[in-house]
Unconditional design. Structure first.
Ligand code: GDP
Length: 445
C-alpha cells in the first residue's frame, strides 16, 4: 500500500537529512515533491492544496530543534498533517449504543466488497464484541446475492435470514427486524443491493430501507483501488443518505492511497475500517496514525506486532522465549519461526511493514530465499530425526543426503538451512549475553 508515495517522500527526506537548519527553500523543495507524490497517489487536488499550504506554513515557521534533524522535523510535521487529514487520532468505533437490535446498514456499489465486508463485520462483532448477530441480504437484483451472504454467514458462524424468493428489499428488512427481535439478536447487518453506478433507483431503495430500519450506522463500502472514483462515489452517497462511516476495501492491493487520503476531507465521514484481504478475518479498525506512518515509510510497527501476536501460539511463544533466554535455538525453534513467518503473510508482508525490512527482504532474496523456500525449509526440517533437530551438528554428509532425499531437495539446500540456523543460533547467544529482551531490543534498535 502507498508504495510510490512512501518511496517518494523517503527520497525527499533523505536529501534533507543531516542539514543544519530547516530553510524555507528546503521546505519548498520538499513540498514540491510531496505535492507531486500526493497527486500521483490520486489524492483530490483541493485536498492536496490544503495539505501543502498547511504543512508549508507550519514547517517554515518552526525553529529547528537541537535534538532532531531538519528532515525528522519535516517528517513529523507532514506526519501530523497526514494523520489529521486521515481523520485525526481517534477513529470512532461503530456505535452499538441503542436498544437491540442495533441496525447497521451496508451500502455501496456492486463489486466494492460490500457483501464480504458485511460478513467480516459480522464475524468481528460476534468474536471480538461477543454480540449475537444476524445478517440479511436485501439485494434482489443480483442473482445469487442472497445465497452468497448465506454461504459467507455459514463460514463465519453468523446467522443469516432465511431466503424467501420474490420479496422486496423493504419487506426483507421488515422480516429481518422482526426475526432479530424474536431471537434476541444484538446487531442486525443489512446488506443492501449494489448497482454498477450511483443511480436514483438505488438511492430511493436505500432511503426506503433506512426509513423502516432506522439504522444506527450506515456504512459505505468503497474499493480503495478505484482511487478518485471511490471519492466521487462517496460524495454521491454522502449527499443522499446519512452515512456514519466508510469501509475502505482492498487496502492490501497496490491502492494508490489517494482514496484514503481524500475520503475524509471530501465527505467529512470517518473511515472506520479497512479491508485487507479476501479472507473473512482480514478487516482492521482504520488507524490514521498507522496509515500516515506507512505513507512516510516509517514502518507500521504497531500493526506488525499485532499480526505477530495473532500468529503466535501462546504456548509455543512462551516455550521459545524461555529457550531463547537460555541461548538455546535448535531446528525445532527455527521451524516454529519459519511457520510464524508464513502465518504472518510471508516475506512480502515483512517488507511492507517495517523500515529496513525492504533491505532485509532483498538480502534474503539475494541468498535465494522466497516464500516457496520457506516451505521447502520447513520440509527439510521435517525430514530430520528428532535427534538431528535438537543437535544439528550431528548432520554429517551421509545424513544430509538422507534429509535432502526425504524432503525432495538438494544437499546444498540442506547446507543453506544449516548455515542459516547457525547464524540465528549465534544471534540468540548474543541476545542472551546482552541480557534477554534488552538484547533483543538492541538488535532491532
Ligand atoms: P459486492 O458486490 O460489493 O458485495 O462485493 P463482494 O463482497 O462480492 O466482493 C467482490 C470481490 O472482492 C470478492 O472476490 C471479494 O473476495 C473481494 N474483496 C472484498 N474485500 C476485499 C479486500 O479487502 N481485499 C481483497 N483483496 N479483496 C476483497
Amino acid at each position: 500500500m502507498f508504495d510510490n508515495l512512501s518511496d517518494r517522500l523517503g527520497s525527499v527526506f533523505a536529501s534533507l537529512k543531516g542539514r543544519g537548519s530547516l530553510k524555507e527553500q528546503d521546505v519548498r523543495d520538499a513540498m514540491r515533491e510531496v505535492r507531486i507524490a500526493l497527486l500521483e497517489a490520486d489524492v483530490a487536488l483541493p485536498v492536496v492544496r490544503r495539505f501543502i499550504d498547511e504543512v508549508t506554513e507550519k514547517a517554515i515557521g518552526q525553529n529547528v530543534l537541537k535534538s532532531v534533524t531538519p528532515g525528522q522535523q519535516v517528517i513529523k510535521i507532514v506526519n501530523d498533517a497526514l494523520v489529521d487529514m486521515l481523520g485525526g487520532q481517534d477513529v470512532p468505533g461503530i456505535d452499538l449504543n441503542a436498544a437491540p437490535p442495533v441496525v447497521i446498514m451496508m451500502v455501496g456499489l456492486q463489486g466494492s466488497g460490500k457483501t464480504t465486508s458485511t460478513a467480516k463485520l459480522g464475524k468481528l462483532l460476534k468474536e471480538k464484541h461477543g454480540k449475537k448477530v444476524l445478517m440479511a441480504s436485501l439485494d434482489v437484483n443480483r442473482p445469487a446475492a442472497q445465497e452468497q451472504l448465506a454461504v459467507l454467514g455459514e463460514q463465519v458462524g453468523v446467522g443469516t435470514l432465511p431466503i424467501i424468493a420474490g420479496q422486496s428489499p423493504t419487506a426483507i428488512a421488515e422480516r429481518a427486524i422482526n426475526s432479530a427481535k424474536l431471537t434476541a439478536v444484538d446487531v442486525l447487518l443489512l446488506d443492501t443491493a449494489g448497482r454498477l453506478h450511483v443511480d436514483a433507483a438505488l438511492m430511493e431503495e436505500m432511503k426506503a430501507v433506512a426509513a423502516i430500519s432506522t439504522p444506527k450506522e450506515t456504512l459505505l463500502v468503497v474499493d480503495s483501488l478505484t482511487g478518485q472514483d471511490a471519492v466521487n462515489v462517496a460524495q454521491s452517497f454522502a449527499g443522499e443518505v446519512d452515512l456514519t462511516g466508510v469501509i475502505l476495501t482492498r487496502m492490501d492491493g497496490d491502492a494508490r492511497g489517494g482514496a484514503a487520503l481524500s475520503m475524509r476531507a471530501v465527505t467529512g465521514k470517518p473511515i472506520k475500517f479497512a479491508g485487507t484481504g479476501e479472507k473473512l478475518d482480514q478487516i482492521e479498525v482504520f488507524q490514521p496514525s498507522r496509515v500516515a506512518g506507512r505513507i512516510l515509510g516509517m514502518g507500521d510497527i504497531v500493526s506488525l506486532v499485532e499480526k505477530a501476536a495473532a500468529a503466535v501460539d501462546v504456548a509455543d511463544a512462551e516455550k521459545m522465549a524461555e529457550r531463547m533466554s537460555k541461548g538455546q535455538f535448535d531446528m525445532n525453534d527455527l521451524r516454529t519461526q519459519l511457520r510464524q513467518m508464513q502465518k504472518m503473510g510471508g516475506l512480502g508482508m515483512l517488507a511492507g511493514m517495517m523500515p529496513g525490512m525492504k533491505k532485509a527482504k532483498q538480502a534474503m532474496e539475494a541468498s535465494g530465499m522466497n516464500d516457496r523456500t520457506l516451505l521447502r525449509m520447513d520440509a527439510i526440517i521435517g525430514s530430520m530425526t528428532e535427534k538431528e533437530r535438537a543437535r544439528p551438528d550431528l548432520l554429517n554428509a551421509k545424513r544430509k543426503i538422507r534429509v535432502a532425499k526425504g524432503s525432495g531437495t538438494q544437499v546444498q539446500d540442506v547446507n543453506k538451512l544449516i548455515k542459516m540456523h547457525q547464524e540465528m543460533e549465534r544471534a540468540m547467544k548474543q541476545i542472551k549475553k546482552m541480557g534477554g529482551m534488552k538484547g533483543l531490543a538492541a538488535l532491532f534498535g
